[in-house]
Design a binder for this molecule. Sequence first.
Ligand code: PHE
Ligand code: NA
Length: 471
Amino acid sequence: MSQARSLIHDQWSSRLAFIMAAVGSAVGLGNVWKFPYITGENGGGAFVLVYLVCIALIGVPIMMAEILIGRRGRQSPINTMRTLAAQEGAHPAWGWLGWMGVIAGFLILSYYSVIAGWSLAYVLNAASGAFNGADSAAIAALFDNLLKSPAALLFWHTLFMLMTVGVVARGVRSGLEQAVTVMMPALFILLVILVLYAFYEGDFVRGADFLLRPDFGKVFQHCELLPSGEKSCRITGEPILIALGHAFFTLSLGMGAIMVYGSYMPATASIAGAALVIVVADTIAALLAGLAIFPIVFANGLEPASGPGLIFQTLPIAFGAMPGGQLFGTLFFILLVFAAWTSAISLIEPAVAWLVENRGLSRLTATASIGVLAWLLGIGTVLSFNLWSGESCQLFGKTWFELVDYLTSNIMLPLGGLCIAIFAGWAMARASSRDELQLGDGLRYRSWRFVIRYVSPALVLLVFLNAIGLL
Ligand code: PHE
Ligand code: NA
């Protein structure tokens, strides 16, 4: 049965191909764009520490759980959850977990594509020499002008969505696999070059201090830059929820992306080893991005809490001033687009796999349908930065973009991850997870099982209860 099913989709050509694809999914805008600015808004080092704890105690075990569920089910997350629930004698309602993931992926893609569009626009800016010799005010103006124009944002959003649909439509092997293999290592090299630049030319001590030294007074403070240019901070437990949500977001967990990639994984590859490589690569990428950005922020008197525009307002200063900056800048934004691209394809893959399995659609039709829907929804994000940015267009003090981001990262992904942990730890028989993980029955397997049953769910629950004010 599962043999026949697995023939619907291609498989990864090797264990390495799976790892590359999963790293491609994990490393993306979350690392380079989102991690620095949410760290800036939530006080720096203490926030980073909470994030790292979430990665280690929740991210790694849940990553293993998602891969093992995917590989055992061998189908789209929706059908995988249904099949495994039936096999394990659990309630058929577990299929809903797959559905929630499909919806989360589609919501995330809708804004992810808009931000990736900014990166596309910046490839052009960099290549045309727009950063050369520009000071921070000129760089800020460049960014503001982009955000002010719904037409420009829509154009880049459309282009990025077409790129994503194009690759996914070609299928797992020829489409998804090839894009990652060259681009990921190149992105790491460029990030290292930027950190070196920040080391010599930025305020490295202050930047590194901000990123790495925990000041717990600050983890309970969330700051924003008001449109007036004033900074407003309030005491709240929210940064902890944001750190947890970001741990899921950055590792692509809680919505079935890693699960569906796991379903294309060769049966003999080590799940624990793969999970570790993915998590380490993702974490290094985020820390490098932070170490590149904050020294430039402080050296130029910029504000760490300046929000989603942070990298677009800092890195161009470096490119404008460094020798060869026009070339490096262009290359950097090209690589950022690629990082976003390899993540975006994993955001629609769960939905596409399901449409192919259950509706018998071709990959092209399935991908295009999801792409059109996410594109339409993305228009709300396009307008969040201009026509709909005013208070009259906000809900709970958040723009459309902020709402979709909050709902997915801070609620849907942790909730999805919690359910995945409960399924792998409680609903699945011990023998099933043990066979799939192939870690033997010793300490390594037992510690994983203990953490996935008790530690990860308890931590996620604690943070949720805290966020809704019950704790
Ligand atoms: N992990 C990706 C990033 O950090 C985003 C993502 C989230 C991709 C969820 C797939 C699923 O940019
Ligand atoms: Na990431």
